[in-house]
Design a binder for this molecule. Structure first.
Ligand code: IPM
Ligand code: MG
Length: 354
């Protein structure tokens, strides 16, 4: 198991360190893990003047899986766009062809009270958001800021999807739906945007190969509303890059805290980059306050999707659940009557249960 570890910026190094301890624990049991640590984002810019430098590119191309903390920080906001940390993240996704982004939103029963929604609305929640990750307005050309024909400055981006891009992500989503409750909702804005009208047409065509899956379509504005009105109506959601970015943050709140949400970004051969859905939280960086569970759960997803070790994935997820049951909470999920712990104590607890 060749794994590249990319701590990144902000709280990244702290949360990745805790996931690293889980990995070390499995290694002591004989799991054949080989790791290499390289910088990405602001950390890479600081060291090499590039958010996705050659050392990182060469390292991540050579491994089976990548564990990433988070990138970004206010100190980089004034840099030219191509030097910013976020560009490093987009570059690694594009370079490795990681088009399939899986973002599960699961509510651990222990955290029902930590969600801002009523417990009866979210209890038992288990949604998988499949977000296309290497296309759409994120990468579409032309893009930029220029002076238009009327002599006024304007900013512009282009939303575009090719048929093959839609087909391959639709297949990923249908395959996942087949392993779950066979319900797939494709989210678009087909009433306004041709690009997503085309998306809907292609997803509908791919559905012919999956007669057992009940496919529905929903406009993104309605989906945003339904996610907080009645989230349990969803099983698997498939959508494009920008809608998926927004809806997955929204869905994370259903699960109590964005600090609980892992993700996998896969290529066509299950090589993957695993990262928590949350950002680098510069405000709490270096204070040992961050919630490492989304990163630890991302490691579980790595075992499941890249290494086909469902047993280890379940074991890690089970350990997280046990720790929650024991009452350990980082500040983001703390409620009265539970025990508030630091990032590293949360890591201690998970390792101890393992
Ligand atoms: C995410 C993040 C990234 C994105 C940013 C940091 C570039 O918000 O992974 O959801 O927009 O994809
Ligand atoms: Mg996002």
């Amino acid at each position: 198991m060749k794994i590249a570890i990319l701590p990144g910026d902000g709280i990244g190094p702290e949360i990745v360190a805790q996931a690293g301890r889980v990995l070390d624990k499995l290694k002591t049991e004989g799991l054949p893990v080989e790791t290499t640590t390289v910088p990405l984002g602001g950390a890479a810019y600081d060291q090499y003047g590039d958010p996705y430098p050659a050392v990182t590119r060469d390292a991540v191309r050579a491994v089976d899986a990548i564990l990433l903390g988070a990138v970004g920080g206010p100190q980089y906001d004034a840099l030219p766009r191509e030097k910013r940390p976020e560009r490093g993240l987009l570059a690694i996704r594009k370079d490795l062809g990681l088009f399939g982004n899986l973002r599960p939103a699961i509510l651990y029963p222990e955290l029902a009270g930590a969600s801002t929604l009523k417990p009866e609305v979210v209890s038992g929640l288990d949604i998988m958001i499949v977000r296309e990750l290497t296309g759409d307005i994120y990468f579409g050309q032309p893009r930029g800021i220029h002076v238009n024909a009327e002599g006024e400055r304007e900013g512009f981006n282009t939303m575009r999807y090719s048929e093959s891009e839609i087909r391959r992500i639709a297949k990923v989503a249908f395959d996942i739906a087949m392993k779950r409750n066979k319900k797939l909702c494709s989210v678009d804005k087909a009433n306004v945007l041709e690009c997503t009208e085309f998306w809907k047409e292609i997803v509908t065509d791919v559905a012919k190969q999956y007669p057992e899956v009940a496919l529905s379509h929903m406009y993104v504005d309605n989906a945003a509303m339904q996610l907080v009105r009645n989230p349990k109506q969803f099983d698997v959601i498939v959508t494009g890059n920008i809608f998926g970015d927004i809806l997955s943050d929204e869905a994370s709140m259903l699960s109590g805290s964005i600090g609980m949400l892992p993700s996998a970004s896969l290529d066509a051969h299950n090589k993957g980059l695993y990262e928590p859905c949350h950002g680098s939280a510069p405000d709490i960086a270096g204070k040992n306050l961050a919630n490492p569970l989304a990163t630890i759960l991302s490691l579980a997803m790595m075992m499941r999707y890249t290494f086909a070790r469902e047993d280890l994935a379940k074991r890690i997820e089970g350990a997280v659940q046990t720790v929650l049951r024991k009452g350990y909470r980082t500040a983001d999920i703390y409620e009265q009557g539970t025990e508030k712990v630091s990032c590293s104590v949360m890591g201690d607890a998970v390792v101890a249960v393992l």
